[in-house]
Design a protein around this ligand. Structure first.
Ligand code: FPP
Length: 237
């Protein structure tokens, strides 16, 4: 099935509430969420979606309890260690977007290694870690200002096409903008996720918690997308 979506972005929300509803610690919710991610990757491939970007840890999530933060970081490290071979085998290009410098040296090293090992993959999994949409825009502005100072041609390129020149300074400039943003667990907000990139994305929100997001839910999101009229700011003919 081809659904016309090139890039799906997901705010994987509700792990904590799922855990509470099952009488489990919050980290059990995040572990179940990591399993959901595996399944969603599979369904994306079946549906012909080539880019998946998921929000795993925001710049604001550092304010959570020490135990939850360290548990999540440990889970990410374990994920990378246990999945690396499979990612390579499946032709997945793994990338982290966000302020990687905020992460532990060990996790940064592992991320760099998996990014290198998977760099020729043709299917894209992007994990937002210590990510904030405003932080990304600020980081891009800084990069652009630095490029002006270093290279006079950079200013001319910016003047010729400001939005394109700015977008080149984002964390993963080669990615197409998301066609669809899915948020689980019912909150009607974008929570500082991909603020620049979702300018024209369709948004789909389901009350289902992320660990319970199953194939039927996935299909419902795609079905909803198929009925949207994407004007991209223009007029329909
Ligand atoms: C939001 O739910 C979810 C997170 C802050 C973490 C998402 C992380 C994963 C799914 C784990 C693994 C990811 C990878 C890439 C291996 P919440 O905790 O805010 O839920 P709540 O709103 O119900 O409390």
């Amino acid at each position: 099935m081809v659904c016309g979506i090139r890039h799906l972005a997901v705010i994987m929300d509700g792990n904590g509430r799922w855990a509470k509803a099952h009488g489990k610690p919050r980290l059990a919710g995040h572990k179940a969420g990591a399993d959901t991610l595996d399944r969603v990757m599979h369904w994306c491939r079946e549906a012909g979606i080539r880019h998946l970007t998921v929000y795993a840890f925001s710049t604001e999530n550092w304010k959570r309890s020490k135990d939850e933060v360290s548990g999540l970081m440990k889970l990410l490290g374990t994920y990378l260690r246990t999945k690396e071979k499979q990612l390579v085998k499946d032709g997945v290009r793994f990338r982290v977007i966000g302020r990687k410098g905020d992460l532990s040296a060990a996790l940064q090293k592992k991320i760099a290694q998996v990014e290198e090992a998977t760099k020729n993959g043709e299917w894209n999994l992007n994990v937002a870690l210590s990510y904030g949409g405003r932080a990304e825009i600020v980081d891009a502005a800084r990069k652009l200002a630095d490029s002006f100072a270093a290279d006079p041609a950079a200013r001319a390129a910016f003047d010729a096409d400001p939005e394109a020149a700015f977008a080149k300074c984002l964390y993963a400039p080669d990615l197409p903008d998301p066609d669809l943003l899915v948020r689980t667990s019912g909150e009607l907000r974008v929570s500082n996720f991909l603020l620049w990139e979702i300018a024209y994305s369709e948004i789909y929100v389901t009350p289902t918690y992320w660990p319970d997001f199953d194939k039927a839910e996935f299909d419902k999101a795609l079905e909803a997308y198929s009925h949207r009229e994407r004007r991209l700011g223009g007029r329909l003919k």
